[in-house]
Design a protein around this ligand. Sequence first.
Ligand code: GLN
Length: 490
Amino acid sequence: MALTIHGLTAHEMHDKLKNKELSATEATKSVLDRISKTESRVKAYLTLLSEEALKKAEQVDKRLAAGEDLRPLEGIPMALKDNMCTEGIKTTCASKILHNFIPPYNATVAEKLEKAGAVLVGKLNMDEFAMGSSNENSSFYPVHNPWDLERAPGGSSGGSAAAVASDGAIYTLGSDTGGSVRQPASFCGVVGLKPTYGRVSRYGLIAYASSLDQIGPVTKDVRDCAWVLGAIAGHDEKDSTSANVPVSDYSHALNKDIKGMKVGIPKEYFAEGLDEEVKAKILEAVKKLEDLGAVCEEMSLPHTEYALPAFYLLAPAEASSNLARYDGVRYGYRDKNAEDLITMYKQTRSQGFGPELKRRIMLGTYALSSGYYDAYYLKALKVRTLVKQDFDQAFERYDVIVAPTAPTVAFRLGEKADDPLSMYLSDLFTIPVNLAGLPAISIPCGLSQGMPVGLQIIGKPFDEAALLQVAYNFEQNTPHHKLKPQLEVE
Ligand code: GLN
């Protein structure tokens, strides 16, 4: 395949910008042109910012022409999931209730990337308020998987993953509450990292479940992931849950080999529900890590089976509380026909929220209500502690834990849409990580039925460097990340 500009990774593009083989304007035009050819089928974007992006690229080119130094992500076209606030730019959460919301401020991640010289080309499609695993809960339209347009890209950051996989952005940001960065990355054959809870500021991230939400990069390779994480990580006084822990030099971690590293393989992640071909790919990947010098050992995370039910109590409980603020009074959608205030609230919320949100609000309100709080919410919190303790114990012995990201490859659009339980099960292997607040990355490890399989690497709190180190060693010694979907362009 001929080398294209939009096909470059961020670090490759950086080198070309630096050597003056390419201008930021050319880079941006190439990505915008690619979007114009693929977007009618992929549907990764909710808002395109072509003019703004070209203006920003021009500013970068002017800076460079004036002899200023090129910063790592400067001039690189990227996009943000539409639950991250962007000043003066519509931020909808893919929900009718925020269809016209224009934030008066930037999320910290948007601000940091803007200051680093990033070129924002648009806002990405997602499941409404990040609730879902297939992107079919977008109030506007579903995203299609670039590897097979009949299949789901995963969710909720389906737009973030599909845009990167189809070269419609060089990198993107997604958010991960129960797997929403890693599962779509797995389904679309790209790299997705969920940082430790508190590693990246969530100021300006529209809340889903506040004790679980984290923002993370979606990229074409592991080096880009290290670059983007480095640019967005760090303490932020505007987010009281952001941790005051120094940010490592993530690119430096890529230089180390993995000889003697201790890798745990949790047997509970290879049990019922895991597709046989996916399992085979993961075991091949484990073998590769052993060839590279890692010491892999089967181990147990005994409370794994309780993580999913606990999550589906805790996340809806927090969501029901977070979503109470959308009442049609100050911003967003309002039913204008209501004759009194209470009717206005009711109708605004009935019309503004989609069916999955209503299900979550009802489940969450029920779990928090008096009489059920102890039986459901409190019990789920106790399970959460047990899940965390499993990991704490495991990390006394292992440097990282390796498992599948998702139990299957991408399923067909419509396949699980009417069966919430089967949809929820696609988060089986990603949810425990959020409950425990840990970092984890998904990287491509081969194909099954022509669709990408994701390898999940889970790490100790704030040890994103170890994840990147293992991921990079694997990537550089395998061909998987070079595979691209054949999206024929008309
Ligand atoms: N799929 C899970 C849910 O629907 C997790 C989504 C996410 O991580 N945002 O809640």
